[in-house]
Ligand binder design. Sequence first.
Ligand code: SF4
Ligand code: SF4
Length: 202
Amino acid sequence: MRYPKLRELKEAVKALIKGPYTSKFPFQPHKPFEGFRGKPQFFEKDCVGCTACVNVCPSGALSFEDRVENGKGSRLLTRRLDICIFCGQCQANCLTGEGIKLTQEFDLAILGKRDELAETIEKELVLCAGCLEIIAPADQIKWVAKKLGPLTFSNASLMLYYLAEKGLSYINSFLSKETSASRKDRIKLLCPKCRRLAVIKS
Ligand code: SF4
Ligand code: SF4
């Protein structure tokens, strides 16, 4: 017969005094330890729709889709829990640092369809007044303008959007299909291609 080692005996005595190490979940709520990587969650107010998190997500749990309809654009960002590996890369690489965070939620099993584990948020897209090409999400432009401060005025589109947001100018009267860009169109929100065209034509 093999005798238990001293270390094991010590652990057994400790367990007798302290009680079991395991929690009583699911019969009692379980509070995960600090830094536990649970369900990632979008925080819509702090997300600017840049898609940096989508680019670093190794499992493809994050995705986005851009829609342009009737002169309006929107970006749909989706997080799927069924293929998330809870690595935390999205949180670590979020542009604002607050747009997506891993929570302490871990009890994520469902009886329904996998699609029920998806979460989607929507961000408004700013479009070029010339060709309706997507420039960037509106929130991202505002975020960049805030970061740049006075340097915002070194970029025409950024400046125009910033001033319009402050109610100091108006933007996005679209160019008519019959006319091509001219000098006056330089004071419009344009993608780099249309701005080049407007500058050359003027
Ligand atoms: S935790 Fe990892 S796998 Fe899950 S959404 Fe974030 S980056 Fe993707
Ligand atoms: S702001 Fe953060 S959460 Fe939002 S799209 Fe960019 S990286 Fe993802």
